[in-house]
Design a protein around this ligand. Structure first.
Ligand SMILES: [Zn+2]
Length: 469
């Protein structure tokens, strides 16, 4: 109740201010005072594509104002006394009505935004299209079929209020949240042309970043956004999409080793802060046959190449008719990224590399007696120490044998059941590992130290420059 009364009062004050302002600089004046810092805005699609609509309603306790965004934020029509607007798509135009159906604006256009009153501070509104509450305002993009994409036009920082808690829970250390805020802000700025043809910068799902609006705001995450306001990550004179993942498994990766493209700021680092995250995933040969069509029944799979820091780089899958070589992130997308949680795994059950042991080498069984088995399965990189396993699980080899084996002929032999992966980490392994960033915050590192640890050769600066790091 207190809240409501205060808003009413605020609205009265605003109406008076607007009337006076209108008298002084009619017909058009800039609403934001010159003392406000320059703010960056983003356009976030909240209903688009197949879920586009033909009408939309807006509700606000703060009133509304129509703002022209073609050059900054220029108020063109104050609507402070309205708490409910109806927007209709009609004959390729966007028309705005009051709740009684009286026309307020004909053909709003794409450079005009219906902002809530007090949008720089407390103002917010609710949209009928998804019953969520947002800051900023709405703009619309008319689609070829006459429907409209509904777009939340909101300051970059207010957008992050509605992103951050979904990316890193508000209970985490403030400096970790600040690092996440700067990374998410950089990502948003660098990716803001993703949906140009649809009339907005970013979508509201994980394709860009999950954005929930006011419902997901928390005090600490908003504090982290405010304390890093407008700060982003720069490399080579450009704002970069600061990729991040949940858990590195102990080593982050070069972008070229996962996605194929080189990025100067996405270099592998040994992640000494990474808390352990272990996972396993099993696939029968039938599972793999389903996932990898066109090579016949799958009967073997083994790792054929590793990155310099021990992640899987290449997986070879052998079918009855053909062989498929999967590289980099394609391995995870093929095996299912929710099962194969990272590329930092060991594979069991495939042939690995089976080595024919020369007659001169003694092979001992579990009973310690010499066995005449000639083939043993070897897991691991040829460059690193092998792990040995017999075909029947009984062979034991002395360390001295190891070197001799590396030069010998390789054959295939796989298990009947399929393969099991045992891995570490969660996600693509590139850029900031969130689990580690949380540990670093707990250990007293600040957000700049966290970001510099994960991103190579970067500067932290405002979107428009001028920050003294
Ligand atoms: Zn998107």
């Amino acid at each position: 109740m207190m809240h409501f009364t205060r808003n009413k009062k605020k609205r009265m004050v605003m109406i008076l201010a607007l009337v006076m302002a209108a008298l002084l600089c009619a017909p058009v004046c800039v609403y934001a005072s010159e003392d406000e810092p320059e703010m960056t805005y983003v356009a976030v699609g909240i209903k688009y594509g197949s879920s586009a609509v033909d009408s939309c309603e807006m509700y606000s306790d703060y009133g509304f104002q129509i703002v022209d965004i073609s050059d900054g934020m220029e108020e063109t029509l104050p609507l402070p006394g309205y708490d409910h607007l109806v927007i209709e798509a009609e004959n390729g135009m966007i028309n705005v009505y009051d709740e009684d159906g009286a026309t307020l604006v004909t053909d709003l256009g794409e450079n005009s935004v219906i902002m809530t009153g007090d949008y720089l501070d407390e103002g917010m509104f609710t949209s009928s299209v998804n019953a969520r509450t947002y800051r900023g305002g709405l703009k619309f993009h008319v689609r070829d079929n006459g429907d409209i994409n509904v777009i939340n036009y909101v300051s970059l920082d207010h957008y992050l209020y509605g992103v951050l808690h979904g990316e890193m829970g508000a209970h985490n250390p403030l400096e970790s949240l600040k690092a996440q805020a700067v990374a998410a802000r950089s990502y948003a700025m660098a990716e803001r042309s993703s949906h140009k043809s649809e009339g907005f910068d970013l979508c509201n799902v994980s394709h860009c970043q999950m954005y929930y609006g006011v419902d997901y705001e928390r005090e600490r995450t908003s504090q982290a956004v405010d304390e890093t306001s407008e700060l982003v990550i720069w490399h080579d004179g450009e704002i970069v999409p600061a990729y991040y993942c949940k858990n590195s498994g102990g080593y982050t990766q070069n972008s070229e080793d996962v996605w194929g493209s080189v990025s100067g700021y996405l270099k592998a680092v040994e992640d000494i802060w990474s808390p352990e995250y272990e996972w396993t995933a099993s696939y029968t040969w039938e599972d793999l046959t389903e996932r990898i069509p066109d090579i016949g029944d799958v009967e073997d799979a083994y790792v054929t190449e590793w990155t310099d820091n021990g992640n899987v780089y290449e997986l070879t899958v052998v079918g009855e008719d053909d062989t498929k070589v999967l590289k980099r992130e394609k391995i995870r997308t093929t095996l299912g990224a929710s099962l194969c949680k990272s590329l930092r795994f060991e594979l069991e059950g495939g042939s690995g590399k089976t080595i024919v042991i020369p007659a001169s080498v003694s092979v001992l069984g579990a009973d310690g007696l010499e066995t005449d088995r000639e083939e043993i399965v070897v897991y691991g990189s040829e460059d690193e120490s092998f792990e040995y396993d017999s075909l029947d699980g009984m062979v034991v080899l002395g360390a001295s044998v190891e070197k001799t084996l590396k030069d010998k002929e390789v054959k295939s032999m796989a298990s009947d059941e399929g393969i099991t992966l045992t891995g570490y980490g969660y996600g693509h392994g590139i850029g900031m590992a969130q689990d580690s960033a949380i540990v670093m915050g707990e250990e007293g590192l600040d957000f700049e130290e966290i970001l510099h640890f994960f991103y190579t050769d970067i500067e932290i600066d405002y979107v428009n420059g001028g920050y003294d790091e």
